[in-house]
Design a binder for this molecule. Structure first.
Ligand code: FAD
Length: 303
């Protein structure tokens, strides 16, 4: 049997800039994947990302785990999606645990592999790490450096419910404006489960003079065990109607998957209907989840 990767091996690379993809009237739907932590499961993860790529999403993002081999896997997975599946890729890059030299060599590698889009991140500060001798403290410093390096379309993270370390949401938006002024051309939001939170955030950032496109990040919850932990770390609130679903179906994996996909689909349709044209799904290396979400909105996004 011929492997799907071979069947779909494209000849032409698709290295469009994310701003070109999300800038028009056509709604975009993209998916996030994460690289393996060790080489042992590289092939399994690669295969899952390829199955998602076969859906031909608008683009795919590949997360970054600082240090060790994982940073290389981000590049190799992003390169594979772009070269062999013609899916534009967005490589995440975090800076807080890296030296300037390490960042420069990562930028060199990304350029060499033809990756044009970078999501510039600070990353989480490891517990107990002294902030004194860090080369980078905030994502805006990395953004400025990538901008100076040249040739990349740069995105940044934003937090509709404010970043958990921020003392006020007002400060968070002020620093977000600095990050955009440093060179961010688009923003991707942290997950949220109540669309009104995003609409309110959009109003506030536009008032603050942040005018770059915003991609809404949606997480279809299929594993209720991890969601409470994720929300604690990310600062995302869980609405009552969402908690009812988790309470009712959380012990039944199949029912929970169905309900989680339905909830995410409703959020996505509401976003498109309200003029948020770019939606990014945290598909967590689950091709089946990505496929169902895409099929639920196929007419809406014009597939
Ligand atoms: P920043 O923009 O630097 O903000 C961090 C905090 O510092 C905020 O509270 C901000 O208000 C504050 N701040 C900013 N500038 C200043 C300043 N000048 N003075 C004082 N305070 C300031 N992590 C990974 O490790 N790998 C990933 O692949 C990854 N992907 C992500 C994708 C998305 C869409 C999102 C939303 C997050 C992702 N993260 C990832 C997590 C992210 O690294 C963490 O949330 C991290 O804590 C903050 O990163 P940031 O880039 O938003 O930081």
């Amino acid at each position: 049997m011929v492997a799907p990767t071979l069947l779909f091996q494209d000849t032409g690379e698709n290295n469009m800039k994310i701003t070109e993809i999300i800038g028009g009237e056509k709604p975009s739907l993209s998916f996030e994947v994460f690289p393996p932590k060790t080489s042992d499961n590289f092939e399994t993860v690669k295969k899952a990302t390829e199955e998602i790529a076969l859906l031909k999403p608008s683009y795919m993002s590949v997360t970054y785990g600082a240090g060790g081999g994982t940073s290389q896997y981000t590049v190799s997975i992003a390169e594979n999606l772009q070269k062999n599946f013609s899916v534009p890729s967005l490589a995440h890059l975090s800076c807080v645990s890296s030296t300037k030299d390490e960042i420069m060599s990562q930028l060199g590698l990304l350029k060499e592999k033809g990756i044009e889009n970078i999501l510039a991140l600070r990353g989480d500060i490891p517990e107990g790490m002294s902030k004194e001798h860090l080369d980078y403290h905030y994502a805006s410093e990395l953004t400025r450096e990538i901008k100076e390096y040249g040739g990349f379309c740069i995105g940044g993270a934003c937090y509709p419910e404010a970043h958990p370390e921020s003392s006020t949401s007002f400060d968070d938006i002020r620093y977000l404006k600095e990050k955009v002024d440093a060179g961010c051309e688009f923003l991707v939001t942290q997950m949220f489960f109540d669309n009104d939170v995003l609409y309110n955030f959009m109003y506030r950032i536009r008032e603050a003079g942040i005018n770059v496109p915003v991609v809404a990040g949606i997480m279809p919850v299929t594993n209720p065990k991890s969601i409470k932990r994720i929300c604690r770390i990310s600062g995302s609130a869980l609405p009552q109607r969402f908690c009812r679903i988790v309470d009712k179906y959380g012990d039944n994996p199949e029912a929970m998957t169905e309900a989680g996909i339905a909830y995410a689909t409703q959020q996505i349709i509401d976003l498109y209907a309200n003029g948020i044209n770019a939606v990014h799904v945290y598909s967590m290396n689950k091709p089946e989840v990505a496929r169902k979400i895409q099929s639920n909105v196929s007419a809406i996004i014009g597939l």
